[in-house]
Design a protein around this ligand. Structure first.
Ligand SMILES: Cc1cc2nc3c(=O)[nH]c(=O)nc-3n(C[C@H](O)[C@H](O)[C@H](O)COP(=O)(O)OP(=O)(O)OC[C@H]3O[C@@H](n4cnc5c(N)ncnc54)[C@H](O)[C@@H]3O)c2cc1C
Ligand SMILES: Cc1cc2nc3c(=O)[nH]c(=O)nc-3n(C[C@H](O)[C@H](O)[C@H](O)COP(=O)(O)O)c2cc1C
Length: 677
């Protein structure tokens, strides 16, 4: 049953490991309710009884009010997740002390004034029959907000690997104060009605900073050369929380079972301290992994990591303690979770991003329709990276309802209309599906035979299979509705004039940019799309023009096929950021394949088997080039806009047709357009 996940990247970096993956019954389509018997078995943990073993782990949303109190958006978001009937929801990081917040709108539990709002979160979960725990947190040095003000504190004055700025080493008095603050916050959680608390001792935040030799170099009783010695502060915090919440209130401790960074602690070391956590009062061990700066953002693993890939870490925790253990890491399939629990690798399974892409996944599995589950594609674009890059609050690339629960219309629309959606890429498909859900009469036009737009190509490069699975799912879902689908039908100005639809959503995507380079009409030149659809056979030595996402991905694809790649990009740095998990993986693979990436370089001319390039005013000729692949991007294809305006047809232009961007913009704008008809 167990297979090796074949994850060479990770294995190389952290030494040999046993990687197990579990069968994916969802994909096999052979499911019965009885297969969920482990997941659906209730579990009792001190005063808390959970209806099932599915946990929604904490996920920061950025939805809080600017003073750290709970907003109506927070409540709507939690209620929607609770409607999916997990056994337990654990809320996002909630600050125990002003010295450890990551932003002013991070939820707080460091004052009684937060209790009323927190109680409302509890009611939202309880109304839906779901238990809820508050995750209490101190950021230590991992707060850009406090680092910028020179107010961040940490075990030692060692800069954050990611954010750089230097924190101040905590005094003994501060250590005592923060331990007491955890206790007080936990007591407030209990008073607010929470069923449990979770201490955030993972992902490189304060409690873990004490555990890690990379951030704790104290020479007093809170430091030391062993993990055991460095665990003193977390143990004292657990003891304080236990003292303050009393004997019956459940305490979960979220740890990074493995630090997953060079020089970090191992799972075997973690096993040596877990018994003391339990002795101090921990009732649940939540076995996460990784820290700030772990390569590729492994804590929110990209699609290179298979669902359930880290269940072995939960097993390691279970081998060390006898309290219930939660496994986490790319789970998307309740049947797989059932198997993990059945094999006693974990007692509960957390589904993080899966709760963003489809909060109803457990209900769908229970109802015997797992094929309807919108499985997380692990792109991180709408959730963790959107928040990390300051692009806004929580969203999901493939589920436009997420983070927008307060504006998401239940429908039906007041006036059902005859709506045309032009273009069946991600934007058009979501627009059609949402407009149909709201009761409009929808016709979806696609000029190609196959639906999916650019995702027909986006699914082809390495590690992009999840995108393909999602678009197939979306097409399938639209086909199940009464949307009229017209493939091989190009909408023209004339057709619009003849048929005058009541409303048009223009989702016609982008069109390729063809750069004006001397020699670009030569035989050795083709484009990324011709390569990806197999129309042009790759040569041995290839020059890719364009270092945006499409250029990088086609280079990745070609180097996997054995071609030697030189990539030329005019911008001084790669527009595909290495701090995103996908960007990290792309850059790593290209480096491993010894591809040459030339930034700040432009192509001057293309010869028969050579290309002249210019870097900082200096020209060079690259010789023996067998093929030149153009990937200079797309521009909006919106020529029908003028016709719609002159015909006075109400319309919205969405996705790449508005400006060539990404899937998240296409799906979000597609949904919005449908909501606003
Ligand atoms: C190789 C590759 C990799 C990518 N990887 C990613 C990624 O990892 N993440 C990400 O977010 N984005 C990625 N993208 C970009 C992403 O695919 C696009 O941003 C997204 O598909 C835009 O969706 P859309 O619906 O706006 O347009 P499109 O997907 O372009 O769909 C437009 C559709 O309209 C049809 N059409 C056009 N004119 C008409 C007409 N007159 N009548 C009828 N039909 C018409 C077209 O045939 C097409 O099917 C990638 C793109 C490529 C090419
Ligand atoms: C948007 C986002 C915010 C997160 N915020 C938190 C958090 O507040 N506390 C925490 O312990 N983990 C946080 N995590 C990590 C998740 O709890 C979870 O461990 C991670 O997403 C891996 O699970 P998954 O692969 O099922 O998504 C966050 C993850 C995401 C995607």
């Amino acid at each position: 049953m167990y297979k090796k996940a074949g994850l060479s990247l990770n294995r190389k970096r952290y030494g040999p490991k046993v990687f197990k993956i579990y069968s994916m019954n969802i994909l096999k389509g052979e499911t019965t309710m009885s297969e969920l018997q482990n997941v659906m078995t209730p579990i009792e943990i001190r005063s808390m009884v959970l209806n099932n073993r599915v946990v929604m782990p904490p996920m920061g949303t950025n939805l809080g009010n600017s003073d750290g109190t709970v907003s109506k958006e927070n409540i709507a978001y939690i209620r929607r997740r609770a409607q999916g009937q997990p056994g337990l929801i654990i809320t996002e990081i909630t600050g125990v002390h002003p010295s450890g917040i990551v932003s002013p709108n991070q939820l707080g539990a460091y004052d009684d004034r937060f209790i009323p709002g927190l109680s409302e979160l509890v009611s939202a979960a309880h109304d839906e029959g779901c238990k809820i725990a508050l995750q209490i947190h101190h950021a230590g040095r991992e707060s850009v907000f406090l680092l910028k003000q020179k107010k961040a504190i940490a075990p030692s004055a060692i800069p954050s690997i990611v954010f750089r700025g230097e924190p101040r080493a905590m005094t003994i008095d501060e250590i005592k104060e923060i331990a007491a603050a955890f206790g007080a916050a936990a007591r407030r959680a209990r008073n607010a009605g929470f069923d449990a608390v979770e201490l955030h001792c993972a992902h490189g935040y304060l409690l873990m900073q004490f555990l890690s030799a990379l951030s704790n170099q104290r020479t007093d009783e809170y430091g030391g050369s062993t993990l055991k010695e460095r665990s003193r502060f977390p143990v004292e915090v657990i003891q304080t929380v236990r003292r303050d919440v009393g004997p019956d209130f459940p305490i979960s401790v979220r740890i990074s079972m493995e630090e997953s960074i060079k020089g970090g602690y191992t799972a075997e070391e973690m096993q040596t301290v877990l018994p003391s956590f339990v002795e101090a009062g921990a009732d649940i061990i939540h076995a996460s992994f990784g820290t700030h700066g772990s390569p590729g953002g492994i804590t929110q693993a990209p699609p290179e990591y298979k669902p359930g890939f880290n269940a072995w870490l939960a097993r390691k925790a279970k081998d060390a303690v006898s309290v219930p253990v939660i496994a986490v890491g790319r789970f998307t399939d309740p049947f797989q979770a059932d198997e993990v629990i059945g094999k006693k690798d974990a007692d509960l399974v957390a589904f993080g991003r899966q709760f963003l892409s489809d909060p109803d996944f457990l209900i769908k599995a229970k109802e015997g329709r797992p094929q309807d589950i919108r499985r997380c594609i692990a792109c991180n674009q709408g959730c963790i990276e959107r928040e990390m890059l300051g692009e806004g609050n929580i969203r999901c690339s493939i589920n436009p309802e997420t983070g927008q629960e307060t504006v998401y219309p239940e429908g039906p629309a007041a006036v059902p209309r005859n709506v045309w959606v032009v273009g069946a890429g991600p934007g058009g498909l979501v627009a059609a599906s949402e407009a149909n859900r709201l009761g409009h009469r929808v016709t979806l036009f696609e000029k190609e035979e196959t639906l999916g737009g650019q995702t027909r190509y986006a699914r082809i490069p390495p590690a992009k299979e999840t995108y393909g699975e999602w678009i197939d799912w979306l097409i399938d879902q639209v086909k199940k509705t009464d949307v009229t689908i017209k493939p091989c039908t190009e909408v023209t100005a004339r057709l619009l004039e003849e048929q005058k639809p009541e409303y048009v959503i223009l989702a016609t995507g982008g069109e390729k940019i063809i750069p004006d380079i001397d020699g670009c009409d030569r035989d050795i030149v083709c484009d990324a799309w011709q390569i990806l659809r197999g129309e042009v056979k790759p040569e041995k030595r290839i020059l890719v023009i364009g270092g945006g996402l499409i250029g990088m991905e086609v280079a990745d694809y070609l180097s996997e096929k054995g071609s030697e790649i030189t990539l030329v990009e005019m911008l001084p740095r790669s527009p595909v950021l290495k701090i995103t998990s996908h960007g990290y993986m792309l850059h790593s693979r290209l480096r491993e394949k010894k591809s040459t990436l030339l930034f700040g370089t432009k192509v001057v001319s293309i010869g028969e088997d050579s290309v002249e390039v210019e870097t900082a005013g200096e020209k060079t000729t690259l010789k023996d080039i067998g093929q030149v692949v153009m990937a200079v991007g797309l521009r909006a294809k919106d020529e029908l806009k003028d016709a719609l305006s002159s015909l006075n047809i109400p319309h919205a232009v969405i996705g790449d047709a508005k400006a060539a961007r990404r899937i998240i913009e296409a799906t979000e704008e597609g949904a919005r357009a449908a909501w606003e008809i």
